[in-house]
Design a protein around this ligand. Structure first.
Ligand code: GTP
Ligand code: MG
Length: 136
């Protein structure tokens, strides 16, 4: 079984969409939340989290946005959950995301796309340790 690190981004918290988004993940058969915290991210944490994007043109605005208010960080565990949450989220650009997906239903602009979910087993393990260092 897998685990993945999910962030409900500051736009999702500001717009009151956390319950809706968490509910979609919680209702999937076999999946369960094993950690959950509301917190405001600092630059150092974001630089580690988004290390692959440091230096890209969208990096600074991304960090500004991601530190603009609290996020909800959670670990979701279950069968095929890494690919599964990415599927629930939809593509990075919300306009390319189909209705029915989280980004497709609630998003318009690329930066404010509501949710992050780990993109591989390797990223998931790295991100879980970054956000929940004491989690088993
Ligand atoms: P995350 O789950 O947040 O990592 O999104 P992702 O895996 O779908 O996308 P990626 O890791 O490639 O990019 C991280 C975040 O940077 C995205 O969610 C967007 O908010 C932002 N981003 C990525 N590409 C672009 C871009 O071309 N333009 C802008 N403005 N933002 C981008
Ligand atoms: Mg990503």
């Amino acid at each position: 079984t897998q685990r993945t690190l999910v962030l409900l981004k500051p736009d999702a918290v500001r717009r009151g969409l956390t319950g809706e988004i968490i509910g979609r993940s919680e209702r999937k058969a076999d999946w369960r939340i094993t950690a959950l915290e509301l917190r405001t991210l600092d630059r150092a944490t974001l630089e580690q989290h988004y290390g692959e994007h440091v230096g890209k043109p969208f990096y600074e605005p991304l960090v500004e946005f991601m530190s603009s208010g609290p996020v909800v960080a959670l670990i979701v565990e279950g069968e095929r959950v890494i690919e599964g949450v990415r599927q629930l989220a939809g593509p990075t650009d919300p306009i390319a995301a189909a209705p029915g997906s989280i980004r497709g239903d609630f998003g318009v602009i690329v930066r404010e796309n509501l949710i992050h979910a780990s993109d591989s087993e390797q990223s998931a393990e790295r991100e879980v340790k970054l956000f929940f260092p004491h989690h088993a």
